[in-house]
Design a protein around this ligand. Structure first.
Ligand code: FE2
Length: 368
């Protein structure tokens, strides 16, 4: 019986702590088609950290690097490598949201604070969630600048406009956490009790676990279904699952992938590939079974196969999705590109379909 909880409007931005924010900004601009909107750093009299605000459609990423050895986040950077530090939610009232969260059992990360510059004031506070990840509550109703106090619009001469190739991503569809074995239910309860989210019941499904994926997953979402947060844990006894690998290389629980929505996945994936983004390979055998598995779809299967785009169907429609390779050296954070045609699930049928496609190819090679 959720309903009550912290009143959240939307995901405001995702903050990444990285080793070299300047180079990360270059990567997200030139590979993923984000515009670099604003900057804070030495040139803007910010001496602790360098930050770049990136925007595409409704998606805002902020990449941040410590500038000096005494920055409090240096230790977490050494443990986790580059990764998501904070998922910030826009709220009506920061203090109220923060106090409500604490009253419902959340742990404080930083108390409400107001920052100000000549363009107005900006309020934020944050709570701790899985691992070293936090959720900020932010409100910028009284701020008229580009992002937050301290940030300046980026010098337009910094990037060559001719090197910018948009890829058509529109919004954040979901953000996935990997947590330790046995912890998934705890975090589901946290989001239900603290945030007033509810469990997306039709994804709570035995058939995706153990045999095919070695993971268990549940999805919590806010009331209107704008914010969807799947939570994975490794299935019992599957020591070499991809979730275990993440936990080892990230040094604990954290954000595994962010799914970014597009209205035209064929065009987006073509553009991303032209920008040198690497995607997971799909065995050709996957597409042999596709029409039988998902029924009629508007897209041409040959084109989907050429790009390696996956398809899944639920009771409400179908979805198209594709996963990038990890975007850093550690096998940790990656991205998903997704286009929904009615379906509200997350592609669980693809675990089994991919597994079976690999087996069919092994069979052909006589190695099964
Ligand atoms: Fe996903």
């Amino acid at each position: 019986m959720p309903a009550q909880g912290v009143a959240i409007k939307r995901i405001d931005h995702v903050r990444f702590l990285v080793g070299n924010a300047r180079q990360s900004a270059y990567f997200y601009r030139n590979a993923f088609g984000f515009e670099v909107l604003a900057y804070a750093g030495l040139e803007t009299r910010e001496r602790a950290e360098a930050s770049y605000v990136l925007r595409q459609g409704e998606i805002t990423f902020v990449v941040v690097s410590p500038l000096q050895g005494d920055h409090p986040d240096n230790a977490r950077l050494a443990i986790h490598g580059d990764g998501v530090q904070d998922i910030a939610f826009e709220v009506e009232d920061v203090t109220e949201a923060f106090q409500e969260a604490l009253a419902r059992g959340a742990t404080a990360a930083s108390p409400p604070s107001v920052r100000e510059d000549e363009l107005g004031m900006f309020e934020s506070a944050s709570i701790r969630v899985y691992g070293d990840t936090t959720h900020s509550f932010v409100n910028r109703d009284r701020y008229h600048g580009v992002f937050a106090p301290g940030f300046k619009p980026l010098d337009p001469g910094r990037y060559n406009p001719r090197t910018f190739r948009p890829v058509g991503l529109t919004s954040i569809d979901h953000v996935v956490a990997n947590v330790e074995e046995g912890k998934m239910q705890e975090w589901v309860r946290f989001y239900e009790e603290v945030m007033g989210f509810s469990l997306l019941a039709h994804f709570d499904d035995k058939d995706i676990s153990t045999e095919y994926t070695a993971l268990m997953s549940k999805v919590v979402q806010d009331g209107p279904g704008r914010i969807k947060l799947p939570i994975n844990e490794p299935a019992a006894g599957r020591r070499r699952s991809q979730i275990e690998e993440f936990l080892r290389f990230y040094g604990g629980p954290g954000v595994q992938h962010i799914a970014l929505a597009t209205d035209d996945i064929l065009a987006s994936v073509r553009a991303l590939r032209d920008n040198d983004v690497s995607f997971l390979k799909v065995p050709p055998a996957y597409y042999e079974m596709l029409p039988g598995r998902v029924g009629p779809i508007a897209e041409d299967v040959g084109e989907l196969a050429e790009l390696g785009i996956l398809v899944d169907r639920d009771e409400e429609g179908y979805l198209l999705q594709i996963f990038t390779k990890p975007v850093e050296d550690r096998p940790t954070l990656f991205f998903e590109i997704i286009e929904r045609h009615g379906a509200r699930s997350f592609g669980k049928g693809n675990f089994k379909a991919l597994f079976e496609a690999i087996e069919r190819e092994q069979e052909r090679r006589g190695t099964l």
